[in-house]
Design a protein around this ligand. Structure first.
Ligand SMILES: [Zn+2]
Length: 91
């Protein structure tokens, strides 16, 4: 299978995009607490959460379907395959 992520090309020139999640619980292991209460963290992990959308790493422009909705799941693959994902994105 080909990597459809390589098809991404934002109008800003970036070829990298990222997943945006919401309703996520972030768990941070505490390594150190000083006398002032300053906390230093170790490993971090995430629990739960829903995929909100995908967007350009550089400018934040969302990847949209032709109808203007966020491209997710199968839609994301279709949009990337058509390489028209971000051409119709709204600012
Ligand atoms: Zn961009």
């Amino acid at each position: 299978m080909s990597n459809l992520a390589k098809h991404f090309k934002c109008p800003c020139g970036s070829t990298k995009f990222e997943e945006v999640m919401e309703n996520v619980t972030v768990l941070s292991e505490v390594d150190y607490v000083d006398s002032q209460g300053f906390v230093d963290y170790g490993e971090q992990s995430n629990e739960n959460g829903d995929v909100s959308h995908f967007q350009c790493v550089t400018c934040g422009k969302p990847i949209l379907c032709e109808d203007g909705s966020y491209a997710k799941d199968g839609d994301l693959a279709d949009v990337l395959r058509g390489s028209r994902g971000s051409d119709n994105a709204v600012d």
